[in-house]
Design a protein around this ligand. Structure first.
Ligand SMILES: C[S@@+](CC[C@H](N)C(=O)[O-])C[C@H]1O[C@@H](n2cnc3c(N)ncnc32)[C@H](O)[C@@H]1O
Length: 321
């Protein structure tokens, strides 16, 4: 085994010692709680790149010695799970469909703009601190679950219009350690229970709600939710929904005008059809809603294609810009 893995010091002073101590623990099958994970976590917090993790992998599971004298499969699995946890901060489990469109909806898979925005949220967690958040077209919930687990919002309202999506969303919320409260009701258009309050296992954390919300039929009761922040990812893909989406945003922004700060919308989109996307921005302009492009995430956490063009917009009434 190498005394100081080549090139590792580029990951910061002392990185070589850290990698070596992972290597020693790995090949002697040291207990998980004896791994220097807190030190690794601290370094990852202060660094934008993941080369340190790559060095650890190269000196452990990818080291030629691991072919010859591998620690048990169970041990290697546990070791990798700990590294993944440190890299992503939290584990997130999502049940999803393999087909892009299934059961008549695009909402049963996680789209790239959701992964992009979840990364951005983790890097900008202060934006969500103590805020009430409404997500439109949540799909199966990656963005909201990430925010609820890694940021500190006061309230998070997931929404979608499709009953099967809502059902999968509820399952995913539950399987990520968030509990269902007894407050439920049936919406007229969905056979499933569409509003459920969740609280975290420790009875702390945000109040989490799942509601059926169709952009073409938003009710006054829903508008009066008055969220501080509205989030939507990958919802600009159909020219037919652009108008109704703009109208929904306008309703929520108007409703929150009374508040000192008003609402802010964060919208992440994969720009598949520039014309449709441009139309959306034009429609915002027409009703006096301003938008600005803001920088995306810098750390890579989720495994999506980085060549895809994804744009993040911050949207508020033009006079708030
Ligand atoms: C492309 S998927 C994106 C899902 C998720 N935001 C993501 O990025 O992974 C679009 C989502 O919008 C929802 N949706 C489509 N039309 C809708 C409408 N009129 N009202 C509410 N949700 C709608 C779909 O059910 C689906 O979950």
């Amino acid at each position: 085994m190498s005394a100081s893995p080549e090139g590792v010091e580029a990951a910061g002073p002392g990185a070589g010692d850290l990698v070596l101590s992972f290597q020693r623990s790995f090949f002697t099958m040291g207990r998980m709680d004896s791994l220097p994970l807190p030190e690794l976590e601290e370094r990852l917090k202060n660094s934008d790149d993941s080369t340190l993790i790559q060095h650890i992998l190269q000196q452990t599971v990818l080291h030629p010695l691991c072919n010859k004298y591998p620690p048990s499969v169970k041990y290697r699995r546990l070791f990798l799970a700990e590294l993944i946890k440190k890299l992503s901060g939290e584990n997130i489990r999502l049940g999803e469909n393999v087909a892009i469109i299934s059961e008549g909806t695009t909402g049963l898979v996680t789209w790239e703009a959701a992964q992009f925005f979840a990364e951005w949220a983790m890097e900008n967690s202060e934006v969500f601190n103590c805020r009430s958040i409404l997500e439109l077209g949540s799909g199966i919930g990656l963005v909201g679950i990430t925010i609820c687990k890694t940021c500190t919002p006061k309230q998070y309202i997931f929404s979608d219009c499709h009953p099967n999506v809502l059902q999968q969303l509820r399952t995913n919320i539950l399987s990520n350690g968030l509990l269902l409260d007894s407050d439920t009701w049936n919406a007229k258009d969905c056979e499933v229970e569409v509003k459920n309050k969740y609280v975290s296992e420790e009875n702390q954390g945000p109040e989490i709600t799942v509601i059926g919300l169709d952009w073409s039929e938003v009710t006054q009761e829903q508008v009066e939710l008055q969220p501080d922040i509205i989030i939507a990812t990958d919802v600009i893909y159909d020219p037919e929904v652009v108008l109704c989406l703009v109208s929904v945003l306008e309703k929520f922004l108007i409703s929150n005008e009374r508040k000192e700060q008003g609402s802010v919308v964060y919208l992440a989109s994969t720009v598949r059809n520039p014309e449709t996307y441009h139309q959306f921005k034009m429609e915002l302009d027409k009703v006096g809603i301003g938008h600005q492009v803001i920088p995306g995430p810098t750390r890579k956490i989720f495994p999506y294609n980085r060549c895809t063009e994804i744009e993040l917009l911050k949207i508020v009434f033009a006079h708030h810009l």
